[in-house]
Design a protein around this ligand. Structure first.
Ligand code: PLP
Length: 339
């Protein structure tokens, strides 16, 4: 049955879909028990659950797309699985194997397939979580863990064939990540603290916040949920992911696509001042895919960038979408079909 939803107006609010995936394990195990699909519903937690008290939790984010020919696809789900493994290690949690993870996201997407929007109207966002759900009062690892995946349909940022643009505010009061911290993994503890700077930026009319390194406040790191790139004289640069920048799968894929097209791509420290000399800037992430930055504001100075269809950003965005839609051959094995 078709869900009661206007596909032209999916937006970004959470919608209750049909099924969620649940797999449990105790702290001394790996995830050896079978996972299962259950009707989407509230979950019950002990008030002393590790995740509620000490933030022992990780998230992932990925999308299932419907192609013109009816095929339903995921983009590099193995990469999300590997990233979750790194995060689980840092957070002292067990983690499903890559095979378990990929099988679970496929099952979950398939079970909710009627919620995958028609081609071009958006995607089904999948949110895998690992949560310390066992009760604990002393500060130590939770005695039980839950791997959970829920889904919600989301619209795309695409408007009239061109991505709408980001207007960024450079934050020099709050930090997102620090050396030795958890900025390089998708720990749930990274997101609550950015709500304040985000609220401040949005109140000023900006789309999102661009964070600087927390030591010198001199180098560009990333945006709240996406990575940043700049383009100068056709050379593409992006900050390295050495612990304080989240290693985005879109980031990594866009670097590869750009190099394949002959662009020089540099992963290097980028000083704030360089933003004022760049020809172009763009952000990458599962939610936005690739989005132009229209402006960046730093200490009262605003720089404006070109965002027309002729940008490097738009070329890379089109190449990425062509792989998703199956218009270019998937030479790299990035696409996983779910049906
Ligand atoms: C998830 C995330 C990204 C983007 O990663 P993708 O794998 O491309 O979706 C970038 N920065 C932060 C802080 C994130 O949480």
């Amino acid at each position: 049955m078709e869900p009661n939803i206007e596909w032209d107006n999916v937006g970004f609010s959470i919608k209750k879909t049909d099924y969620m995936y649940i797999m449990k394990c105790s702290s001394d195990d790996e995830f050896t028990q079978e996972g299962e699909l259950k009707p989407y519903a509230n979950i019950e937690l002990n008030p002393a659950a590790g995740v509620l008290n000490y933030g022992q939790g990780l998230l992932e984010g990925m999308k299932a797309y419907r192609r013109e020919d009816g095929k339903m696809v995921l983009f590099r789900p193995d990469q999300n699985a590997l990233r979750m493994k790194d995060g689980a290690d840092r957070m002292c949690m067990p983690c499903p194997s890559v095979a378990q993870f990929v099988d679970a996201v496929k099952q979950t997407a398939l079970a909710n397939q009627r919620w995958i929007p028609p081609t071009g109207k958006g995607s089904l966002y999948l949110r895998p979580l690992i949560l310390g759900t066992g009760p604990i009062i002393g500060l130590t690892q939770a005695p039980e863990y839950t791997f959970l995946i829920y889904t919600t349909p989301v619209g795309n940022y695409l408007k009239d064939g061109v991505n709408s643009e980001f207007n960024l505010y450079i934050e020099d009061e709050y930090d997102r990540a620090s050396l030795g911290g958890t900025g390089g993994i998708k720990s749930i503890t990274n997101y609550g603290p950015v709500l304040r700077p985000l609220a401040k930026a949005r109140a000023g009319g900006f789309t999102d916040v661009l964070y600087l390194d927390s030591v010198s406040r001199k180098y560009v790191e990333e945006v709240s949920t996406c990575n940043i790139f700049i383009v100068k004289n056709n050379i593409i640069s992006t900050p390295p992911t050495k612990g304080t920048v989240l290693p985005g799968i879109t980031r990594k894929s866009i670097i590869e696509i750009a190099r394949d097209q002959g662009y020089q791509v540099e992963e290097r420290l980028i000083e704030v001042e360089e933003l004022f000399e760049a020809d172009e800037a763009f952000c990458t992430g599962t939610a936005v895919i690739v989005v132009s930055v229209g402006s960046i504001t730093y200490q009262g100075k605003r720089i404006q960038y070109q965002t027309d269809t002729n940008t490097v950003c738009n070329k890379l965005f089109s190449s990425y979408v062509a792989i998703i839609n199956g218009e270019t051959e998937d030479h790299k094995g990035w696409i996983t079909e779910i049906n």
